[in-house]
Design a binder for this molecule. Structure first.
Ligand SMILES: Nc1ncnc2c1ncn2[C@@H]1O[C@H](COP(=O)(O)OP(=O)(O)OP(=O)(O)O)[C@@H](O)[C@H]1O
Ligand SMILES: [Mg+2]
Length: 267
């Protein structure tokens, strides 16, 4: 199943969720591929991946070959099997991003079937993974459109803060547009409330409002605001390795259980 983690609002916890939810899904025995579709490459660095220069297999010992990234897949027609890398977590794989991707939105404009490049790239490997999680950039441009066209479901992280719902109608309009034109079967897989501070009435008010709108789509397990979650990526580690007992770690572990219950293929 391919899930796109999408919200054009910046800093709502898309990357943190893809990284940590993906890690727990892998630890629970699921085969998981994370796709970093953001030129900021926060997911790539957050998981501890440093793009190394690979040795060229052809005799010239001085020439080095860069590991392909999502940019090469989108623009240079590299194949996913050349680009995905393993991580420190068993069953967890990553297609890394790099700053090159910043130019991709423009380069894509003149390409054939530019909205479905990622879908085609993932087609052959889709059945190999239980979950493919795509981390979108904070925009509704061509990269995000590619994610929504490739995905079976879109998951929307919403920050329990002021202006949380701002821009949501625009996102929902985009999803509707994709459904009508490019991906008829796209569904809203769920809404995740992030950075929840149980001490504030505001957070509760945002939660209530989100539930009125999205009803049962809202995951029961919210992610609390927890500084450990923001520290872990600078060490290149998922929360479970950085601090397994942190509230943020416990929350993502529970969310992974709920996620599996909601989405696992029925036997
Ligand atoms: N539950 C949390 N508690 C505390 N800090 C968090 C939490 N979730 C995310 N953060 C921090 O908030 C910032 C934004 O989170 P994140 O990068 O996951 O959001 P994003 O939606 O991917 O952002 P962007 O739109 O820029 O890609 C980061 O510094 C992250 O470490
Ligand atoms: Mg991000």
């Amino acid at each position: 199943m391919i899930l796109s983690f999408t919200n054009q609002k910046g800093g709502v916890g898309k990357t943190t969720t893809v990284l940590n939810l993906g890690t727990f899904l892998a630890l629970k025995g699921k085969k998981v591929l994370l796709v970093d579709l953001d030129p900021q490459a926060n997911l790539t660095s957050g998981i501890g991946y440093r793009p190394e220069k690979k040795h060229s297999p052809r005799n010239d010992t001085f020439k080095t070959k860069k590991t392909p990234t999502i940019y090469d897949i989108m623009i240079k027609k590299s194949k996913i099997p050349e680009a995905f890398v393993s991580t420190d977590i068993e069953n967890l794989f990553l297609v890394p991003s790099s700053l090159d991707l910043a130019g991709a939105e423009i380069e894509l404009v003149n390409m054939m079937s530019r909205e479905s490049i990622l879908k085609r790239a993932l087609k052959d490997i889709k059945t190999y993974y239980d979950y493919i999680l795509i981390d979108c950039p904070p925009s509704l441009g061509l990269l995000t459109i590619n994610a929504l066209v490739a995905a079976d479901k879109v998951v929307i992280p919403i920050q329990a803060e002021y202006f949380a719902l701002e821009g949501l109608s625009q996102l929902l309009k985009s999803i509707e547009m994709i459904r009508n034109n490019l991906n008829r079967t796209l569904k809203i897989g769920g809404v995740i409330i992030t950075m929840f501070d149980s001490r504030t009435r505001l957070a509760k008010a945002v939660e209530d409002e989100v539930k009125v709108y999205f009803k049962k789509k809202v995951f029961r397990n919210k992610i609390p605001r927890n500084v450990k979650l923001s520290e872990a990526p600078s060490h290149g580690k998922p929360i479970v390795i950085y601090d397994e007992t942190a509230p943020g770690s416990i929350a993502y572990r529970k969310l992974a259980d709920e996620f599996i219950k909601r989405f696992d293929r029925k036997p």
